[in-house]
Design a protein around this ligand. Structure first.
Ligand code: FMN
Length: 187
């Protein structure tokens, strides 16, 4: 089982979440690829590299991530998402698992809109969305501060994600890996 974690991060907080998610994947004895979108891969507003698409072709699951910018996915990551239209024509990613994560600096920063976009992107590819598992009924036990169940949604007012966010993000990675393993055993 191999999981691709493809993401954009400018100041590194999303990168920290991506690393925590990867640790969770590894905990389930699965491999992972950390694929960070960079500005050099974007020319005239378009993501131009094929490498990440080829890597994802070989993976069982993909976890999309980027900061929330102006109530939606950062433009740099949206450029990558548009590039995936190369795989939309033949629906070659259909049946892979997908999940998402985002961070913002505000608790009411519209992070959910970014996760919703990732879920729609996954739907366009015929992928199977994995939501975020979380105890929701005991205030004192709430681990995910934003209560988002669509995916991991963090609030990072500074430069470093909290220890709790590391734990919660890792759990999300483990969940995606676990579902991929179970599905693989059935097929
Ligand atoms: C152009 C821009 C727009 C932003 N818009 C939002 C927003 O809508 N909601 C929010 O909570 N944070 C917003 N932020 C804050 C970032 O999401 C936050 O700083 C995040 O941690 C950056 O991720 P990074 O460290 O991976 O680059 C914005 C930041 C920038 C630069």
């Amino acid at each position: 089982m191999t999981v691709a974690v493809v993401y954009f991060s400018e100041k590194d907080t999303t990168h920290q979440v991506a690393e925590a998610i990867s640790e969770g994947v590894e905990k389930m004895s699965c491999q992972y690829h950390l694929l960070r979108v960079t500005g050099e891969q974007i020319v005239d507003g378009r993501f131009v590299s094929d490498e990440y698409l080829h890597t994802i072709d070989r993976c069982d699951a993909v976890i999309f991530g980027c900061p929330t910018y102006m109530g939606g996915p950062a433009a740099q990551f949206k450029a990558f998402c548009d590039k995936t239209s190369d795989r939309w024509d033949d629906q070659s990613w259909s049946g892979k698992f997908a999940a998402g994560f985002t961070v913002g600096s505000n608790p009411g920063g519209d992070q959910l809109a970014t996760l919703q976009y990732f879920a729609i992107l996954a739907a366009q590819h015929g992928m199977l969305w994995v939501n975020h598992e979380m105890p929701s009924d005991h205030e004192e036990n709430i681990e995910n501060k934003l209560n988002a169940q669509m995916g991991f949604a963090g609030v990072v007012p500074g430069d470093t994600i909290s220890k709790r966010d590391v734990t919660v993000a890792a759990r999300h990675g483990s969940r995606v890996a676990l579902f991929s393993k179970r599905y693989s055993a059935l097929t």
